[in-house]
Design a protein around this ligand. Structure first.
Ligand code: HEM
Length: 378
């Protein structure tokens, strides 16, 4: 069949596109055909606007969007002006990362070349309440931003669980909805929790793994996990899938958590970092072909190669109110060249939802943090 869009030339050799000859023979404008044309343009505009509304989720109330996600965090935990919608309670830290050069085998990222780069970070507790009492069982988080000498940044947000309980953003969202407090009992409805687990066997399996790791006594002696897989590319262009773990140098101790003050985890971290710098080894676990890279509920088999790529040292602590970390979005997709996302569906969702949370909190009045500057100086 002839190409209907082929360009052609007129008798003067000028380039014509396929619409030009049609315009030459178009009918004169009457009121009737002008109305038809305007109606046509109107339909076209409606189509374009409709497409935007559809993509924004307006015609599909069930569609999960970053805004609906953040609305749900607000419904579960309330609105706390200026705070993160998850991991709301936190304190900021600073330090540096000493690379030992071993990571260059896996990734050409400048952060893995021998040398030291400055790091700014934030320890946090999971949940949207910035004044929640500390508890050993609450998820602990660590966000880090590495500033590389070539101006690039690497940001990561890790937690102290060895696997993530949810395989995709929809499961995370559905669990948030199921965990809403019953207005009469002020407790989550246990029937909703049971129904969620029955329809998400991967969450039930992940929770069994999580419960088999007793949480340590503090922020300083816990491991933090990337959970999501990432694709590393080295200088030869070879790709490797990895997950990383920060393994504490501070010895593991079990905590009792009994009769403690409401900030005991944060107070313990402040006391510890003021006594001596805190250190973690950054260890890359290298995937074998077939290891799942798209499902953070599943651990990789024991015995996978581990590469210790350097040491993180955190040597000062600061209240959020005085630290630039308050206004950092620890988006896991801020990656330097040599590090790329995997096919894990959580990664792009995290990036989009963190951005929505960040945009909302950036425009809100800042309320004082639970961990105040005077608490840090005690
Ligand atoms: C679909 C899955 C997830 C959603 C919707 C989600 C949502 C959020 C939101 C809304 C924030 C606050 C962002 C801000 O205002 O800056 C946040 C922070 C955080 N998230 Fe997630 N998250 C998800 C998965 C994860 C995973 C898998 C991890 C760990 C591997 C994680 C670790 C953290 C940490 C440590 C923070 C606090 C970082 C900071 O101090 O700013 N999240 N999350």
């Amino acid at each position: 069949m002839a190409n209907q869009n082929a360009k052609t030339t007129n008798e003067n050799g000028e380039l014509l596109n396929e619409t030009a000859p049609m315009e030459k023979h178009s009918a004169p404008l009457t009121a009737g055909n002008m109305f038809a044309r305007l109606a046509g343009i109107g339909c076209l505009l409606l189509g374009v606007v409709g497409a935007f509304l559809y993509l924004g989720g307006w015609f599909s109330p069930q569609k999960l969007t970053p805004a609906r996600f953040v609305d749900e965090f607000e419904r579960v935990s309330g609105i706390h002006s200026g705070f993160r919608h998850n991991h709301a309670k936190g304190v900021s830290v600073r330090g540096f990362f000493d690379s030992n050069g071993q990571g260059t085998r896996l990734s050409k990222a400048v952060v893995f070349q021998n040398g030291r780069v400055p790091v700014i970070g934030r320890f946090s507790l999971g949940g949207g309440d910035p004044h929640v009492p500390d508890a050993l069982s609450t998820v602990r988080g660590l966000g880090l931003q590495f500033s590389l000498p070539d101006g690039e940044q690497w940001r990561t947000a890790m937690i102290n669980l060895p696997v993530f309980p949810f395989k995709d953003p929809q499961a995370f969202y559905d669990n948030l909805v199921a965990s809403q407090l019953d207005p009469n009992t002020h407790q989550p409805d246990p029937a909703k929790g049971t129904a969620f687990l029955a329809s998400h066997p991967e969450t039930a399996r992940a929770l069994t793994i999580i419960k088999s790791h007793a949480p340590s006594s503090g922020f300083d002696n816990t491991a933090y996990y990337s959970l999501n897989a990432f694709r590393f590319v080295n200088a030869d262009g070879a790709s490797t899938y990895v997950r990383w773990t920060l393994t504490p140098v501070q010895p593991y101790e079990t905590g009792t958590g009994a009769s403690q003050n409401k900030d005991f985890l944060f107070d313990g971290l402040i006391a510890s970092i003021q006594q001596h710098p805190l250190q973690w080894h950054l260890v890359m676990t290298v995937a074998q072909p077939g290891d799942p890279t798209d499902n953070a509920t599943i651990p990789w088999p024991e015995g996978r190669e581990q590469v210790d790529v350097g040491t993180l040292t955190l040597d000062s602590v600061e209240s959020e109110e005085t630290s630039p970390a308050r206004d950092i979005n620890f988006d896991p997709l801020v990656l330097p060249a040599g590090m790329a996302p995997s096919n894990d569906p959580l990664l792009s969702a995290r990036s989009a939802v963190y951005s929505q949370s960040f945009t909302r909190r950036a425009g809100e009045t800042k309320e004082p943090s639970e961990i105040t500057p005077s608490e840090v100086r005690k």
